[in-house]
Design a protein around this ligand. Structure first.
Ligand code: S3P
Length: 429
């Protein structure tokens, strides 16, 4: 078991860049695999989650080469995938299993897909139900709700689906199936979830119609290969942003971060909490907004976080919880029931670890109330096998006295290889 030990640092200073965006990296591999022609991907995240996606497409006959910091996907079109001769393993990755299940539904072959002990506990009905309405035949444990899943490729038809949840994985699984369906497929969500799929489909030349929280795609459209540069992941940058805010002498520039408005809720929230943050050098790269983020030590205050902000910050809520532990006053997080079905139940895992640092946390079904104070160091904390909890607790410990241990941190490699080394590079001792 690998542990991280943390002792108080004065802050973070200097310039860094964080690894590539996980969501965009998955989509780059998937869309390039079913596009016509070669796609060179720069800045692809090589975390375990994305490597599970890469391996899945190799299993389906796609040639993917790695050359220096580039990955070259040799796409052969929409109908080129081959029946995998073994089970596809999505590992810990919800995006891999849910999006690929959508894609597999419309193929002309049989396939099976599973994941690790955490992923096999997560709900799959949310994608299987709409896909079944399109004509997909998918079988799984617990009445089709849990992996392993078996998928009998079928002829699909376009549907209009009103999703009860704002989920980019659900939306993207349906749109991927929609590419193989007869007619038009439309997905509407209660609030807009991350829109990387829509942007990348358009970037690859597909006609995607968007209006408010709805998106439509006609089946049978050809995707045309086009080189992609993946920006740094704002979800990874968030750990450094909060670290810099809560420690005393920080002045950090994080370069080349994706600041897509469907992902940048963390910036808005931390600014509302009093964080000194500036986005500079705003630009657009391959259809995605990108910028550099400058962050300085700040005194934070507690706020209420709910509503439309939640899907825009869903993966960053744990580290926002760490910021709340240092803020003056109370922070309330609501409308965030989805946190309960992430890699772990992140309301429960965050609450239990913040309490181990003597921070008062009240759990609610859809969130938590966190009373800011002086988190206690010199304790031992658990990752619960969840990469974002492991990194959140590393950040939370950075402003405490004593030596704190975070146990079982191998999981960090699912999204942020090199996390600990990058902190060391810019910490003021
Ligand atoms: C993701 C969507 C979100 C997010 C996950 C990545 C994606 O999940 O939490 O880390 O790449 O589409 P949901 O679709 O379940 O909200």
């Amino acid at each position: 078991m690998k542990n991280i030990t943390v002792k108080k640092t004065k802050g973070l200073r200097g310039e860094i860049s964080v690894p590539g965006d996980k969501s965009i990296s998955h989509r780059a591999l998937m869309f390039a695999s079913i596009a016509d022609g070669d796609t060179r991907i720069k800045g692809l995240l090589k975390g375990e989650d994305n490597m599970a996606t890469l391996k899945a497409f190799r299993q389906m006959g796609i040639v993917i080469d790695e050359s220096g910091d580039e990955v070259i996907v040799h796409g052969k079109g929409l109908y080129s995938l081959k029946e995998p001769d073994d089970i596809i393993d999505a590992g810990n990755s919800g995006t891999t299993i849910r999006l690929i299940t959508g894609l597999l539904s419309g193929q002309s072959f049989f396939s099976t897909i599973t994941g690790d002990q955490y992923l096999r506990k997560r709900p799959m009905k949310r994608v299987i139900e709409p896909l079944s309405q399109m004509g997909a035949r998918i079988f799984g444990r617990e009445n089709g709700n849990k992996a392993p899943l078996a998928i009998v490729g079928s002829n699909l038809k376009g549907i209009t689906y009103n999703s009860p949840i704002a989920s980019a994985q659900v939306k993207s699984a349906i749109l991927l199936a929609g590419l193989y369906a007869d007619g038009v497929t439309t997905v509407t969500e209660p609030t807009l979830s991350r829109d990387h799929t829509e942007r990348m489909l358009a970037y690859f030349g597909a006609k995607v119609e968007r209006k408010d929280n709805s998106v439509s795609i006609a089946g049978g459209q050809r995707l045309v290969a086009k080189d992609i540069e993946v920006p740094g992941d704002i979800s990874s940058a968030a750990f450094f942003i909060v670290y810099a805010l809560i420690t005393e002498e920080s002045d950090l520039l994080i370069k080349n971060v994706g600041i897509n408005p469907t992902r940048s809720g963390v910036i808005d929230i931390l600014e509302q909490m009093g964080g000194n943050l500036k986005i500079v050098n705003r630009r657009e790269v391959c259809g995605e907004p990108v910028g550099d983020i400058r962050v300085k030590s700040s005194n934070l205050r507690g706020i209420e976080i709910k509503g439309d902000l939640i899907p825009r910050a869903i993966d960053e809520l744990p580290v926002i919880g760490a910021a709340a532990a240092y803020a003056e006053g109370t922070t309330t997080i609501g409308d965030a029931k989805e946190l309960r079905v992430k890699e772990t139940d992140r309301i429960a895992t965050l609450a239990s670890e913040l309490r181990a640092m003597d921070i008062a946390v009240t759990e609610r079904e859809d969130g938590a109330v966190i009373v800011g104070g002086k988190p206690k160091g010199g304790v031992t904390l658990k990752s619960h096998g969840d990469h974002r909890i492991a990194m959140t607790m590393t950040v939370a410990a950075s402003g405490t006295d004593g030596i704190t241990t975070i146990e079982d941190v191998e999981c960090i490699d699912t999204s942020f290889p090199g996390f600990e080394e990058l902190i060391k590079k810019v910490s003021i001792q």
